[in-house]
Design a protein around this ligand. Structure first.
Ligand SMILES: Cc1cc2nc3c(=O)[nH]c(=O)nc-3n(C[C@H](O)[C@H](O)[C@H](O)COP(=O)(O)OP(=O)(O)OC[C@H]3O[C@@H](n4cnc5c(N)ncnc54)[C@H](O)[C@@H]3O)c2cc1C
Length: 458
């Protein structure tokens, strides 16, 4: 049942009138500011004259769980604890390390809650989490959309491409691109007893906490990107002051620090797109750069969220339009000039130095520059025995190594390599009418030698 443009009620249960608190289960919007779910939870708690408990859990068994992803999440915990303390809100963080650790923590917390508020993130494991808690809980569960500038509910179907969603976004932008109101809790809950195990995270124990988890220890933490809103804001400040003025040109140069590099902070919800968009809109920078950035942050990003919200096949080639399906059928048996196994690709052992460099950047840092990311995806299509294998390989590598993976943009970016949200180009082997990108010509558009050498130092 829809409550308002950002809130849906996922089940039809009565509020627990004997409750001790309202529960906000923070899954994806790991921030205190500009968080519509937190604001909704505070409002409901104030209405019911109850305190608010914010719960954030981290389990060991979600797909691609690794030292890299765990570290990035744990690095943001201590600052949230301090922020919530300041706000008078009880914040509970629990790290479920392995199979023997206590589980079903949300269900246990729900027993003393009047209602549950959680995040309406339309991708990866979150929709299933929300479906399950709504089924199991005996109290109302509300999912709140704080993903983008424009609420996802403002679109009623899957948009075909950027050119169809852009005018709709532009019409609504003035209404939504403005600072959000702050809400404060009337009944402080600091020190409230809760039936839930808790993990204390400090800078001193993060490494040992990560080491104790039953996760993939082969993907090491990023030395370049560190989790948390404070880190995200540091990068945002540098971007707005030093990089944005030249963004419209420098963003396609992987050899330069020319884009925001904020996608991981957006993915984990450390920064809201609204905070970034307002900082960019009001920056002292040429209008072309501001417009180019807002096109990526709002139009392209929200097109991805629209796709995963409305297309339940987003994790497969079935999400592609009819013209792509036809051209893939026609070219499925075309000879591939090079074929590489997952292992060769993962280890960056192809004949193509630029591709290997992009792979190296991703494995070492946890991000890959957008310009080479397109080329990276296109080449995996060229070097795989089938389109299906190429898709699986791309999803696996992107989601395993990239901090910003497992996001609507991940699936959309990968499907874009197969023609999603694009138009038909010219017939060529393997790709058919899907746009092709060659390393030779792409590498001439920036100092590819410098980029390749840089990735060797990582
Ligand atoms: C094969 C492939 C895989 C991709 N996987 C991911 C992914 O896992 N996670 C991810 O966030 N992005 C992904 N993208 C999109 C894009 O590459 C990244 O968003 C971008 O590189 C992030 O770097 P940045 O923050 O410096 O971007 P900037 O150029 O500074 O852009 C600002 C923000 O706009 C958004 N954005 C930028 N480009 C795109 C785009 N093409 N589509 C949608 N949103 C965009 C991002 O949120 C980004 O942080 C993928 C693209 C391709 C081709």
């Amino acid at each position: 049942m829809r409550i308002n443009e950002r809130v849906i009620q996922l089940n039809d249960r009565p509020v627990n009138t004997d409750a001790r608190y309202v529960l906000y289960w923070m899954q994806m919007y790991k921030r205190v500011d500009n968080n519509h779910a937190l604001i909704y939870a505070i409002r409901r708690a104030n209405e019911l004259k109850l305190p608010l408990v914010v719960y954030e859990g981290l389990k060991y068994y979600y797909p691609w769980a690794s030292d890299r992803l765990h570290m990035f999440i744990l690095e943001g915990v201590e600052e949230k604890r301090l922020e919530f303390e300041r706000l008078g809100i009880r914040y509970v963080f629990y790290l479920q390390k392995e199979a023997d650790s206590p589980k079903n923590t949300v269900a246990a917390l729900a027993k003393d809650a009047a209602l549950i508020v959680t995040d309406d993130f339309p991708c990866f494991v979150i929709p299933e989490h929300n479906r399950r808690i709504a089924e199991r809980a005996e109290i109302p569960v509300f999912a709140v959309d704080s993903n983008g500038i424009i609420p996802m509910s403002k679109f009623d179907k899957e948009e075909y491409a950027a050119y169809t969603i852009r005018p709709k976004i532009n019409k609504l932008l003035d209404r939504y691109l403005k600072p959000m109101p702050y809400e404060t809790i009337d009944t402080p809950s600091f020190g409230l007893e809760v039936d839930c195990p808790e993990t204390v995270v400090t800078t001193d124990n993060i490494m040992s906490l990560v080491a104790a988890c039953g996760i993939d220890h082969s993907v090491s933490p990023s030395e370049v990107y560190h989790g948390g809103t404070i880190e995200g804001r540091k990068r945002l400040k540098k971007f707005v002051e030093e990089i944005l003025p030249d963004y419209d040109k420098a963003r396609s140069k992987p050899d330069r620090d020319g884009s925001s590099r904020l996608s991981s902070y957006l993915h984990f919800g450390y920064l809201s797109p609204l905070e970034i968009a307002l900082a960019v809109r009001d920056a002292d920078a040429p209008q072309e750069s501001i417009d180019a950035y807002l096109e990526e942050l709002i139009v392209r990003r929200e097109l991805s969220f629209n796709m995963t919200r409305f297309n339940d096949k987003y994790d497969s080639l079935d999400a592609l339009p009819a013209w792509v399906q036809k051209t893939m059928r026609e070219h499925a048996d075309d000879e591939r000039t090079h074929l590489y196994s997952l292992e060769q690709l993962e280890n960056g052992k192809t004949h193509d130095e630029l591709w290997n460099a992009a792979q190296r950047e991703m494995v070492a840092t946890g991000e890959m520059h957008n310009y080479v990311r397109m080329l990276w995806g296109k080449n995996v299509i060229a070097w795989s025995p089938s389109y299906e294998v190429a898709f699986e390989t791309l999803v696996h590598l992107n989601n395993k190594y990239c901090l910003d993976g497992r996001n609507p943009n991940s699936y959309c970016g990968i499907l874009w390599c197969f023609g999603k949200h694009d138009r038909a180009w010219f017939e060529r082997p393997v790709f058919g009418l899907i746009r092709y990108m060659a390393s030779g010509s792409t590498g001439k558009k920036f100092d590819s030698k410098k980029y390749i050498e840089w990735t060797k130092t990582l």
